[in-house]
Design a protein around this ligand. Structure first.
Ligand code: BGC
Length: 753
């Protein structure tokens, strides 16, 4: 640690006013400097898929006016790559751009769970599954922080909608929070140690996330060991003193002259412990200290990063359907490819809001396809529809005419920018009507229609996909998406993305449907842990395309599943072989399900995954180690993770519904049995072998040596009133139990345990 910025020494020298000032930014994007002591300001900047550095003289809230930066695939796309190495490499590139622009902390990644397909910000989040989200976030944070630049893991927590986002209370039971909405944060915090965590805007069970002590201190710091700084989402603080007491170190942007004054007053009045303030100030100083070690670089590597963005976009696209196979196209000289859809010329490659990047350049699919086809192949374009949603029969007619004379059609559809953004949720998940009207007409005009989609959140595809021979979902895949699409369509690259969220047949099938976006300031997470595929699987619902699904131009074979219990770990091994004629990447997905459980659990849950790159004919061994936690659920009664002894199914597959290998494993648990007392039911006493023995002995003793004619020897009665607490049964004549027997047996059990 350099002596000129020693956080501990500086803390001693700061006045109360300076300490209060440090717990607020100095402006929209900087922490507060203290010139007297040589403490500089630190710059924070969005965002997760490209830097949004507002120029020093720029308008802070204006979008699209930031300094040019590479726009990488958004999280909706990167989530579909299932590729932790890729996330790491993008992290490095983001960090290098941050170093070039004097940014110390990148405000990302965002890993809120895609609870509903309608969330306007789904494009900024990875997945409907916490393991996938948490592992990708870990890799991205590792990549960024390996270059000495900080991250801000956001938005903590349960920020799963935009409607009423600054006030709505996400009403979620603890088990659901732990298993679904906190689990990804837990993975990233404990394995990647982000420099900062950003609190969410919303309330969680009635308390603003910015003032939520249980979230920000009990869970984040005390349980997960987080040692970094907690920053507010921009404008999320409503009571600065309460937020500080809850564990929120830095308020952004600052309410200058209000929050700082409130902190000073609270310390003077004794309402705020000075030590609490000191802890937060220390964390801010530690951040400043880390930021000072960042080595600046000159300029950004525009070309190399654009190429990385293109390679990344290739690995993010999901080939949903490929009848024939229609893709890749193999046009011969003299043939015509009809490129239809305004998106081919005016690409949609990122979402709107705080993550909006001012790209260094933009590839269009139209240009890239024209450049990529062999000599002598004509690429002809027709817009087909307008992006402003106005019907235009002329455009549609031209597109149909072009389709009729072409040898193949590639039609670019998607969700217009105005339909999905930070700040508001969608109201439906359909493609615009003019696109849906055009598709059957194109299919009527040409037998080979390839549908390429660009959208941040999922769209209903049942109808649209039926008019296409192949469907390629590209999400919002960054500034080089156009080139990547051309690579995939022409077979220069092989698709390897897999769905990070289920595409349901219809919105109504999604488990959040009846509780989204809530009302009167509350949104009830009534579906509990049954989010995304966990919900569709529990109800055995048909879906359009399942979680984990994605096709390739080659095929993969799975074999040799071997499961070994080693200590308390379970090692899963198998071999994957590329059985086709092309190089390709497969995502091997490992799911766990509890065969019989005392609580309601998902049929199966993703616990591990590996992306392997295989040449034709090549085999690769895959090994994953599962921990007891991977088999556990959050037990509200026990207040902790609980592995219930018994049989578990381990399934390995290419999607959540394409499971190629399955086996079971028997696990034991050395956890103490649940404590029992007079309010425990007879069934609970009898389910615990040692407790059952004690109870039987006490009943025999208390009934002159005979248990006959007591409830213990009457199965019918046990079925009827076995769910009564034993202290209630004690009051029932004929049960064989008495208050004295209950007192004795409870005391005896406590003595033996
Ligand atoms: C967003 C954050 C973002 C911040 C700063 C907020 O509105 O929710 O994700 O980092 O603004 O732009």
């Amino acid at each position: 640690m350099s002596t000129d910025l020693d956080p501990a020494a500086l803390l001693e020298q700061l006045t109360l006013t300076e300490k209060a000032a440090l717990c607020l930014g100095s402006d929209f994007w900087h922490t507060a400097p203290v010139e007297r002591l040589g403490i500089p300001a630190v710059a924070l900047s969005d965002g997760p898929h490209g830097l949004r550095k507002v120029p020093e003289d720029g308008v802070d809230v204006a979008l699209g006016e930031s300094l040019p930066a590479t726009c990488f695939p958004t999280a909706s796309a990167l989530g579909s790559s299932w590729d932790v190495d890729l996330a790491y490499r993008i992290g490095i590139a983001l960090a290098d751009e941050a170093r070039a622009q004097g940014v110390a902390v990148i405000l990302g990644p965002g890993i809120n769970i895609k609870r509903s397909p309608l969330c306007g910000r789904n494009f900024e989040y990875f997945a409907e599954d916490p393991v996938l989200s948490g592992r990708l976030a870990t890799a991205m944070i590792d990549g960024i922080q390996s270059r000495g630049v900080g991250t801000s893991l956001k938005h903590f927590a349960a920020n799963n909608q935009e409607s009423d986002r600054l006030r709505v209370s996400a009403d979620v039971d603890e088990r659901t929070l732990r298993e679904i909405y906190l689990a990804g944060f837990e993975i990233a915090v404990t394995s990647a140690r982000p420099w900062t965590v950003m609190c969410a805007y919303n309330r969680v069970n009635g308390v603003h996330a910015s003032q939520h002590r249980w979230l920000l201190t009990d869970v984040l710091r005390d349980e997960w060991g987080f040692e970094g700084l907690v920053v507010s989402d921009w404008g999320a603080v409503h009571d600065r003193v309460a937020a500080l007491a809850a564990g929120l170190d830095l308020e952004m942007p600052p309410k200058l002259g209000i929050s700082d004054v409130a902190i000073v007053d609270a310390v003077h009045s004794g309402a705020l412990d000075g030590e609490v303030l000191d802890e937060s100030v220390s964390r801010v100083l530690e951040l400043v200290h880390r930021a000072r070690a960042i080595e600046p670089v000159d300029g950004i590597e525009v070309d190399a990063h654009h190429e990385l963005a293109r390679a990344a976009a290739r690995d993010c696209a999901v080939l949903l359907k490929n009848d024939g196979p229609a893709l890749p196209l193999q046009p011969s000289p003299g043939q015509t490819i009809a490129v239809i859809g305004e998106f081919a010329r005016t690409p949609r490659f990122q979402g709107a809001g705080s993550s909006q990047v001012n790209p260094t350049r933009i590839d269009t699919a139209l240009d890239a396809l024209s450049a990529g086809v062999p000599d002598g192949v004509e690429v002809a374009f027709a817009a087909g529809f307008r992006l402003d949603g106005m019907a235009d029969d002329g455009l549609a007619g031209e597109a149909v005419e072009l389709a009729r004379r072409a040898d193949a059609v590639v039609v670019f559809c998607g969700v217009p920018a105005a339909d999905e953004s930070e700040g508001y949720d969608r109201t439906h998940m359909r493609l615009p009507a003019e696109q849906l009207d055009l598709l059957p007409r194109l299919a009527g005009a040409n037998a080979s229609v390839v549908l390429v989609l660009a959208n941040g959140s999922t769209v209903e595809l049942t109808d649209a996909a039926s008019h296409a021979t192949a469907v390629l979902e590209t999400w919002l895949s960054g500034q080089a998406a156009g080139g990547a699409v051309a690579d995939l369509v022409l077979g220069v690259a092989n698709p390897s993305g897999r769905l990070a969220e289920t595409i349901p047949l219809r919105l109504e099938d999604n488990s959040s449907y009846l509780n989204f976006p809530g009302e009167d300031g509350h949104v009830r997470y009534g579906e509990g842990v049954f989010v995304g595929y966990r919900g569709y699987d529990a109800l055995d619902q048909q879906v359009a395309f399942p979680f984990g699904h994605g096709l390739s131009y080659t095929t993969f074979d799975y074999a040799d599943l071997q499961i070994d219990v080693i200590g308390d770990a379970v090692e899963v091994r198998c071999t994957v072989t590329n059985t086709g004629a092309r190089h390709g990447k497969e995502v091997v997905q490992i799911y766990v399900g509890d065969v019989e459980s005392s609580v309601s659990r998902p049929v199966r849950e993703l616990k591990a995954f590996v992306k392997v790159d295989l040449a034709p004919g090549q085999s690769h061994p895959v090994t994953c180690t599962l921990s007891p936690r991977d088999f556990s659920y959050w037990s509200t009664r026990r207040g902790g993770w609980h592995l219930e002894a018994g049989e578990f199914e381990i399934a390995v597959g290419s999607s959540s519904r394409d499971l190629r290998l399955r086996s079971t494993v028997q696990l034991t648990s050395d956890e103490a049995p649940l404590p029992l007392d007079g309010m425990s039911t007879l069934q609970e006493w009898l389910a615990d072998p040692a407790a059952a023995r004690l109870l039987r002995a006490a009943v025999v003793d208390g009934n002159d040596g005979a248990a006959a004619r007591t409830i213990l020897d009457n199965e019918e009665l046990q079925r009827l009133i076995g769910n009564f607490p034993i202290s209630s049964l004690a009051a029932m004549p004929g049960s064989g139990l008495s208050p004295a027997i209950v007192t004795d047996v409870v005391a005896e059990l406590q003595r033996t345990r």
